[in-house]
Design a protein around this ligand. Structure first.
Ligand SMILES: CN1c2c(nc(N)[nH]c2=O)NC[C@@H]1CNc1ccc(C(=O)N[C@@H](CCC(=O)N[C@@H](CCC(=O)N[C@@H](CCC(=O)O)C(=O)O)C(=O)O)C(=O)O)cc1
Ligand SMILES: N[C@@H](CCS)C(=O)O
Ligand SMILES: [Zn+2]
Length: 762
């Protein structure tokens, strides 16, 4: 028996990042809207063809987006703030990109992490007077495109409860987004009716919110929503849950009157087996058996055994096999990885290969058996490969870890020594680390990597960039400088390339937001530091300025979160290995006179498990790794950390426990409101809430920055406040960077003067 097969979504950026290049050309005015639309059509066509050629029974439609699928959903239902002055029923691409990226007149919508992933979505803003209205143009057109290509189409839409749960209310609204469900449901019904009229019978509705700790109103909303939506004649709803276990919400899920449910079975069998047991004889059970969040080869035997267990309870015709979630979180294909060690390559499965795994698992046993045998051989060989276990790393860890004192002396004591050493002004200004990664820098790196320019020439080029960057910071009047990170392709990949146990891909791109992608490294073996990683650059930068230069490292949790993690040992062990390697780097920086060291933990909040009962362990591991990395330094050495996120309530205690002397955070788009939690509990250390939204090309005016600083001063005493952007400047151009940096310093100086004056007059 062949089971039905599908995936929850496919990467849209393109195997060669075709979408990225087209978007950026459109934004630069080098192609017009029709050319961008044409590129979109070509990518969709290729991606559907790949799914159909692999042998999947359905192709997913609606997973494509020119920027973000949550923004598309909001536009589709008319959830567009009035201040943009656009008509969502007839939105041009330029207007759509204004919502996403802003322009000189309008700030963009807020951008935040999609649940616990490194993908960013645009947060829909719901005004009290927003009238939901359907605009189906794009989705219906894409469904028709796929039908015309002869595919069996399964549209994918984001479910109403997840959508509303992730909305933020506009302005002074006193309602909750979920209270608008009754108004939204008829619009969803209308959408399903439109889809049905195209002759499509299965629709996947995503409700990843099912895998979080649902509040009672969310549970009620889910019941109400699917009682309504399941009434649409001719439409079968496959309700998709993903990003973990449904667990205590399984009963609720099973009672919903939908035609099928999808369970993430990649990490744990239990939900799937229980779901099968109580499914009944009418519904479909889609098993998310191939991991959409990691890149390792599926263990076909384990997956096959799970399917066999499911077969005890339900008929084969009820079983669908699938990816655990959309495949947009993994790179497109292993086929382009010719630079990887062949052995390592054989352990990998990216999106395209995952299609084959799903189809393989759906085959009758006699066809599957040879594949299982070959698969077991590869997996067995992996365990015996040198470097997977490095006894020197393990011995060092066992010996040193218990003896590392995680406590520094009290912050109050350190503060005075640091101030005496650094002599910083009130409201010190700094940046987060990276400066524009221009085309020239990327080109030079590509030329160096392909042997077109020598290591010495590349080094000289980077030194010139660094010198220029130091000069521009001095000219703007910044107090604590950075070297600019020009030598780094990415803040995680750069470290990965210098640590044993990691490998980098050449084309393993995963979309982060809009046209921006990252290449998450692969952690395949035990980790240790091979060489000094950052010292030469900070030393070089310090040698050309009298202002202090911050050393710049990426922290353990962030390295872990933004890499593909090995799945053969506990995460905590990998975490400790990385933390110890970073500790060596920190101590080396300090020994070489670096007085300020920033350890970025940008991903700490994002990685917080969606379920409450898993969070303490994660936070404990994250804090411990940070303390292992930073606790060995002298009192005079100032430790900074940075997190580009704007919701800290859930991790506030852990932020305190990190005991960083200074933390910089993202705060512009939410107008400093996140400082409330820091203020209420009198955060003891120093803090730099971002006053410049670096995700947008617009230059913030002096007045805007001053207004943000004043808001920050409402929450945080001036003595504890730093002035900085929200995050690194690598995505920005120099023109806007120089202008914004100057505005930031002017705003900072004006506020200093105002504070000084008011101190004198009082
Ligand atoms: C801070 N953020 C980060 C996250 N995750 C990370 N792993 N890293 C991060 O920094 N998550 C949260 C946020 C997300 N923010 C960003 C911001 C910016 C980017 C970004 O700019 N990505 C770049 C790719 C960066 C990179 O690795 N560049 C390489 C390769 C450059 C390249 O494309 N070369 C071309 C040839 C160039 C030429 O000839 O002109 C090629 O290979 O074809 C490098 O610099 O060497 C992007 O462009 O998307 C991501 C996340
Ligand atoms: N130091 C890094 C942090 C980004 S989260 C940068 O400035 O790009
Ligand atoms: Zn950041």
């Amino acid at each position: 028996m062949n089971y039905q097969t599908h995936i929850l979504g496919y990467p849209r950026i393109g195997a060669q990042r075709e979408l990225k290049w087209a978007l950026e050309k459109f934004w630069r005015g080098e192609i017009d809207a029709s050319q961008l639309e044409q590129q979109g059509r070509e990518l969709r066509k290729t991606h559907w063809r790949e799914q159909a050629d692999a042998g999947l029974d359905f192709v997913s439609v609606g997973d494509f987006s020119f920027y973000d699928q949550v923004l598309d959903t909001a536009c589709q239902f008319g959830i567009v703030p009035a201040r943009y002055g656009v008509n969502s029923a007839n939105l041009s691409l330029t207007e759509y990109f204004t919502l996403a990226r802003g322009n000189q007149q309008h700030a963009p919508l807020a951008l935040t992490k999609w649940l616990d992933t490194n993908y960013h979505y645009l947060v829909p803003e719901l005004a009290d007077d927003c009238e939901f209205k359907l605009n189906t143009n794009r989705l219906l057109a894409e469904i028709k495109e796929a039908l015309n290509e002869g595919h069996c189409v399964k549209p994918v839409i984001l479910g109403p409860v997840t959508l509303l749960s992730l909305c933020q209310l506009e302005g002074k609204s006193t309602t909750t987004p979920l209270s608008r469900l009754n108004e939204l449901l008829p619009i969803y019904v209308e959408l399903l009716e439109n889809i049905q009229r195209l002759g499509v019978s299965w629709v996947q509705i995503d409700e990843p919110i099912f895998c979080t700790d649902l509040a009672p109103d969310q549970q009620l909303a889910l019941s109400r929503a699917y009682e309504n939506l399941s009434g649409v004649e001719g439409i079968n709803i496959l309700l998709a849950t993903y990003f973990g276990e449904v667990r205590n919400h399984l009963n609720l899920l099973l009672t919903l009157p939908v035609a099928g449910i999808h369970i993430d079975a990649s990490q744990c069998d239990e939900d799937a087996i229980r779901a099968a047991k109580y499914l009944g004889s009418q519904k479909v059970l889609s098993l998310g058996i191939v991991d959409g969040r990691n890149v390792w080869l599926n263990d076909l035997q384990v997956s096959h055994q799970l399917v066999e267990k499911i077969r005890h309870h339900v008929d084969d015709s009820q079983i669908w096999l699938a990816s655990s979630c959309s495949l947009q979180y993994v790179p497109h294909t292993v086929a382009n990885e010719s630079n990887l060690e062949p052995q390592l390559r054989s352990w990998l499965s990216f999106a395209r290969q995952k299609l084959d795994e799903i189809v393989q698992l759906a085959q009758p046993l006699e066809s599957l058996l040879p594949a299982i045998e070959a698969n077991q051989l590869v997996l067995a060989e992996k365990l015996l490969t040198a470097g997977v276990i490095d006894s020197a790393v393990r011995e060092r860890l066992a010996e040193e870890l218990p003896n590392i004192d995680r406590n520094r002396t009290s912050y109050q004591q350190r503060k005075h020594k640091q101030q005496a050493a650094l002599q910083l002004p009130l409201l010190p200004s700094t940046t987060i680390g990276s400066f524009p990664q221009t085309k020239e820098i990327r080109k030079a790196r590509a030329q160096y990597l392909s042997g077109q320019i020598s290591a010495a020439d590349y080094q000289q080029f980077l030194q010139a960039e660094t010198r220029e960057c130091i000069h521009k910071q001095e000219e703007a009047g910044i107090d604590v400088l950075v070297h600019g990170e020009f030598e780094r392709n990415d803040m995680v990949e750069y470290f990965a390339s210098q640590l044993a146990g990691f490998a980098s891909t050449s084309a393993g791109w995963v979309q982060s937001y809009g046209s921006r992608c990252t290449k998450p490294p692969l952690i395949w073996g035990d980790v240790s530091r091979l060489q000094s990683m950052t010292l030469d650059w900070v030393k070089f930068a310090q040698s050309i300025t009298n202002k202090p230069v911050k050393g710049m490292l990426t922290g353990t949790t962030t390295i872990l979160q933004w890499s593909f993690l090995r799945n053969d040992i506990p995460r905590r062990h990998v975490s400790q290995q990385i933390a110890l390697a970073l500790r060596d780097e920190v101590l080396e920086l300090e020994a070489n006179g670096v007085q300020i060291i920033q350890v970025d933990e940008a991903a700490l909040r994002e990685g917080l498990p969606l379920r409450n009962d898993k969070q303490a362990d994660y936070l404990d591991e994250s804090v411990d790794s940070f303390l292992i990395t930073t606790s060995g330094v002298r009192e005079e050495t100032q430790i900074h950390t940075h997190m580009c996120y704007s919701q800290f309530n859930a991790i506030y205690e852990s932020i305190i426990a990190l005991d960083a002397d200074v933390i910089s955070i993202e705060a512009t788009r939410n107008q400093m409101k996140l400082l409330d939690v820091f203020s209420q509990s009198a955060y003891p250390n120093q803090i730099g809430p971002g006053v410049w939204d670096i995700h947008s090309p617009r230059v913030p005016s002096v007045a805007e920055i001053k207004s943000l600083i004043k808001k920050a001063l409402y929450y945080i005493p001036a003595e504890q406040l730093w002035i900085n952007p929200d995050c690194g400047l690598k995505t920005r151009g120099w023109l806007e960077t120089e202008a914004s940096m100057k505005n930031l310093v002017s705003a900072c100086r004006e506020i200093r003067a105002e504070l000084c004056e008011s101190a004198i007059t009082h």
